[in-house]
Design a binder for this molecule. Sequence first.
Ligand code: TGC
Ligand code: FAD
Length: 391
Amino acid sequence: SVTTELTDYMGFQGLLTDEEKLVRETARKFVNDEVLPIIEEHALNETFPSHLIPKMGELGFYGPNLPEKYGCAGLSNVAYGLLMYELERGDSGLRSFASVQGSLVMYPIYAYGSEAQKEYWLPKLAAGEKIGCFGLTEPDFGSNPAGMRTNAVREANGKWRINGSKMWITNGSVADVAVVWARTDDGVRGFLVEKGTPGFSAPKMHGKWSLRASVTSELVFEDVIVDEEKSLLPNVKGLKGPLGCLTQARYGIAWGALGAADACYQAALEYALSRIQFDKPIASYQLQQRKLAEMVTEITKGQLLVMQLGRLKDQGNYSPAQVSMAKMNNVHVAINICRTARTILGANGIMSEYPIMRHANNLEAVYTYEGTHDMHLLIIGEKVTGISAFR
Ligand code: TGC
Ligand code: FAD
């Protein structure tokens, strides 16, 4: 059964504005009505529920914290976080879709694009009429994108020629536009490459045991020619371009992972109260109570962490290293909560009838993408010591 309220041990919802509460309730209803009934089937079949894309656009789920001028909702960052929480309570793949579309495609166009690029792309992406993807990672450069080999060379006629390949790209083969980061004579630059451009292909990757209800692809560029005005993001140079987008997406993941944890905690609590062994509900045994008590404690601490971060972000007074702490901590506690929830359900915990293995497996990818757990520890370590231990 579907529990109707989110876990709230410390009056977290009392910290929300009416608008934020409405966003959360809208997203929760959408997930309960449209996602939970179908998501296990999609995960089993390794398909994304693409029929939900326009509906999520209608509900304003893409880039909701960007300005209304471009067809977005102009909501607070806390509202955006709550949306990610609820979507990931459904499935990390669904939250990934919205994260990529809003934080990794719409955000760079908004922050680094020309006015014409913004006016052309943002309303279509906000409505879900067009889908985007974000190509940074390469087969040989994951945690260290500074080493990327994909390159773009400016030709005499104001065109650019792109060569190289990207890997592990969410939505790659379904995207109408790829935000691609490439090495140039002028440092790393961002390009908008449209589906169907000659020399550009995006083969789908198969065989994931994690994020099965999400499309992951390679991007291949073989002498792809793009027009400077339409394609080059003019307002950023260097690795701070893509890393600035990651800060936006990592912020949403820090909220989202708690949604997956919440789904597993609630399933475990309900199960523990109803499952009888040795003539009593297993919830009456101290060992199981300890697990539930630790789960709800970690969810509560995580909620307060992202709430404070969200308010700081709304004030424009936050740092990427703070976002790293929230992403690192909340994904870490979420994966542990999902695994512990699995033990409470015993054998039932491995079945697709319950959401637990799906969430636990999804979080393996979430633990790694958008900066691995280790990389975020090193970012925090650098912040507190002043010494970089990356290289
Ligand atoms: P470094 O020298 O530290 O920085 C280069 C420039 O970037 C600035 N910067 C940032 N700006 C904004 N946000 C951040 N988070 C930033 N981090 C750094 C920095 O100030 C500097 O600016 P400037 O003006 O001085 O040039 O760069 P580095 O090469 O030493 O690398 C730092 C490191 C290791 C932290 C970075 O490379 C890193 O974060 N690596 C992890 C890679 C990663 O997270 N990849 C994610 C790929 S996308 C993805 O996974 C999508 S999943 C989508 C889904 O399905 O949800
Ligand atoms: P590596 O960087 O090879 O790391 C392997 C291990 O070494 C990790 O444990 C890491 O923590 C550790 N390590 C690396 N460097 C150090 C160091 N200096 N010190 C200590 N330990 C270190 N990328 C995109 O650009 N766009 C996307 O849309 C996207 N979607 C993704 C979707 C999925 C399902 C997955 C799984 C990945 C996605 N990625 C995407 C890629 C993701 O960002 C990378 O997988 C991630 O950044 C890690 O890179 P890697 O897998 O190459 O691991």
